[in-house]
Design a protein around this ligand. Structure first.
Ligand SMILES: Nc1nc2c(c(=O)[nH]1)N(C=O)[C@@H](CNc1ccc(C(=O)N[C@@H](CCC(=O)O)C(=O)O)cc1)CN2
Ligand SMILES: Nc1ncnc2c1ncn2[C@@H]1O[C@H](COP(=O)(O)OP(=O)(O)OP(=O)(O)O)[C@@H](O)[C@H]1O
Length: 206
């Protein structure tokens, strides 16, 4: 069985960005091979465990998954059923950062190949993430320190500077991407507070 920890490429002697890129390639390769059934089951389990995080939460910043990511459709449904306000990322030119409100059932469309599905409501501005009481972030891997490896655009590292201090950030990954060995990390990488996998919620930093 593949898991990220023992599959970490040997990053010794590499520049940090090169080391990150190698790990991204390893995870993406594995994601491409993941059976669709496993992805579907993971999505359902992730949604079930998300319930436990919603006490006292009014607004959630979440995301609509791209094809090989854990599907967030069931998670978004759980959020909708709980009556919370949902914000989803919207990308402008050059991956600029914005958010729009989303209600379950609203159309989501890929604006360009490889881009995540997006709502078409008005942009609320990058700083709208400050409304969120809870933030779900996509990731390729998360280690014991909460270091999150993202897709490499720095989108979340930048956008999270607008989150209200103390707002929990929860990365969503498959079980085999929850990594017990340290992932490469830079000073600007904002650690996450917890990780949500099909096995449940794990708090890493409290
Ligand atoms: N579902 C989801 N939404 C997200 C992210 C994410 O990782 N997942 N992001 C996390 O930061 C931000 C957007 N990051 C993005 C990163 C890459 C591409 C993209 O166009 N990828 C193309 C081309 C890549 C390339 O050639 O360099 C592709 O993958 O085909 C789009 C958005 C915000 N929304
Ligand atoms: N807060 C920031 N301010 C300025 N530049 C940043 C910031 N965060 C990240 N960057 C730059 O963005 C690029 C990608 O960063 P990084 O590798 O951490 O992305 P990532 O966390 O994997 O991606 P994402 O957050 O989009 O999923 C790097 O060149 C980095 O220097």
């Amino acid at each position: 069985m593949w898991t990220l920890s023992p599959s970490l490429p040997d990053a010794a002697g590499l520049e940090l960005e090169d080391a990150k890129q190698l790990v991204r390639e390893e995870v993406r390769r594995h994601r491409r091979d993941r059976p669709e059934r496993e992805r579907r089951e993971a999505a359902d389990a992730i949604a079930v465990h998300a319930h436990a995080l919603l006490d006292g939460v009014t607004t959630v910043a979440a995301y609509a998954a791209r094809p090989a990511e854990p599907d967030t459709g069931p998670l978004l449904e759980v959020l909708g059923e709980a009556g919370v306000e949902i914000l989803l990322p919207v990308l402008g030119p050059g991956l600029t950062r914005d958010w729009a409100a989303y209600r379950v059932g609203d159309p989501l469309a890929e604006r360009a190949p490889g881009r995540p599905p997006e709502p078409d409501g008005p942009g609320l501005g990058e700083a709208a993430v400050a409304r969120a009481d809870l933030i779900f972030a996509p990731a390729l891997g998360v280690d014991d320190r909460g270091v999150r490896l993202g897709q490499g655009g720095g989108w979340y590292d930048r956008v999270l500077t607008h989150a209200r201090p103390g707002t929990p950030v929860i990365a969503v990954v498959f079980d085999d991407e929850r990594c017990s060995d340290p992932l490469p990390s830079a000073p600007h990488d904002r650690p996450v507070d917890g990780v949500l996998t099909p096995s449940g919620v794990e708090w890493l930093r409290r």
